[in-house]
Design a protein around this ligand. Structure first.
Ligand SMILES: NC(=O)c1ccc[n+]([C@@H]2O[C@H](COP(=O)([O-])OP(=O)(O)OC[C@H]3O[C@@H](n4cnc5c(N)ncnc54)[C@H](OP(=O)(O)O)[C@@H]3O)[C@@H](O)[C@H]2O)c1
Length: 287
């Protein structure tokens, strides 16, 4: 099995991917930020003391609102770091895998975005992630850019306070409080366990280089998502539907519609589980 260097292994997706890779027999080095600070490395370009045949980048600047004020730090982590990692991979003749986001799209669509749809980000975070994609395409040898959406996993994203969307829904219901959930923003919420399994299958399958969408199949609003979570958990709570406009006091603009279609994966016969199956798997894992 090829040896893997994984960045962002302490993050929400990175933790799930580290487990999935090891379960499939990959040998993985996953240095944390203390062992390898990528921002500093981009400035110094110090030699990288790891051997690898595969480099997977799950590190990112993921605080969407903060990125509006902190554009330089977001640009460094989301664009310059992927570029340098792509160059490093090419030099070592290694496959480079980079994770990107639905936030590269404008949100004006009314059908799931495919890999061929033109990106048009609306936030600083989305801009830096798109820049990262372009840098990787230009600098890498063999590469996969994998776009996903609405990630949730145990412990949540480290960059967003350590709670998943499902934790928030269930904790609010347990506290007997009403849930305010957006009814006019649609996406493809994705369980990191399923994304990690999908990434491992991609590595085993090795299709041609390029950009691939990888989300739990289907589309829902956050209101529909919350309703499904409560039903599957066997809990009840009052759900107050709210509009995205009511939530739009936040600094960064969110895409109204950012569901993704796994068109290229489906063409390879690599079907992802549905978003309802994602909820079920998360509840089973965290029960
Ligand atoms: N969250 C979502 O809803 C979502 C949706 C679509 C796509 N994505 C993409 O999915 C990927 C993974 O996101 P996630 O949710 O797993 O994010 P996360 O939990 O915030 O993880 C980010 C990771 O980056 C690491 N990191 C930050 N600064 C670093 C530095 N200077 N040097 C080395 N490592 C550094 C963090 O380390 P520490 O833990 O030590 O800070 C952490 O391991 C990202 O590319 C993101 O853009 C996320």
């Amino acid at each position: 099995m090829p040896s893997v260097l994984l960045t962002g292994g302490s993050g929400q997706l990175g933790r799930a991917l580290l487990g999935a890779l090891r379960d499939h027999g990959f040998s993985v080095a996953a240095p944390d930020v203390q062992a390898w600070d990528l921002t500093r490395w981009t400035e110094t370009q110090a030699p990288v003391p790891f051997d690898f045949e595969l480099l997977i980048n799950c590190a990112a600047y993921t605080q969407v609102d903060q990125a509006e004020q902190d554009a330089l730090a977001a640009h460094t982590l989301n664009a310059l770091v992927p570029e340098k990692l792509a160059e490093l991979s090419k030099k070592r003749r290694a496959l480079f895998v980079h994770i990107s986001t639905d936030y590269v799209f404008s949100g004006d669509s009314r059908r799931p975005y495919t890999e061929d749809d033109p990106p048009f980000p609306q936030s600083a975070y989305g801009h830096t992630k798109l820049e990262g994609e372009m840098c990787v395409q230009a600098a890498a040898g063999a590469y996969y850019i994998v776009r996903s959406a609405g990630l949730y996993g145990p412990g949540g994203a480290t960059g967003k306070g350590g709670h998943s969307m499902i934790d928030f829904i269930l904790n609010t219901a347990r506290a007997g409080k009403p849930l305010r959930l957006v009814q006019d923003q649609w996406t493809s919420p994705t369980y990191v366990g399923h994304l990690a399994q999908g990434l491992v299958r991609l590595l085993e399958r090795r299709p041609e280089s390029g950009c691939y969408h990888m989300v739990n199949e289907g589309v829902c609003s956050w209101h529909e998502f919350g309703t499904e979570v409560l039903q599957q958990a066997g809990m009840a709570a009052e759900i107050l539907p709210v509009s995205l406009a009511e939530f739009s006091q936040r600094p960064a603009k969110r895409p109204t519609y950012s569901a993704l279609e796994n068109r290229k994966l489906n063409a390879l016969g690599m079907r992802m589980p549905t978003w309802q199956e994602g909820v079920r798997a998360y509840i089973a894992e965290t029960r």
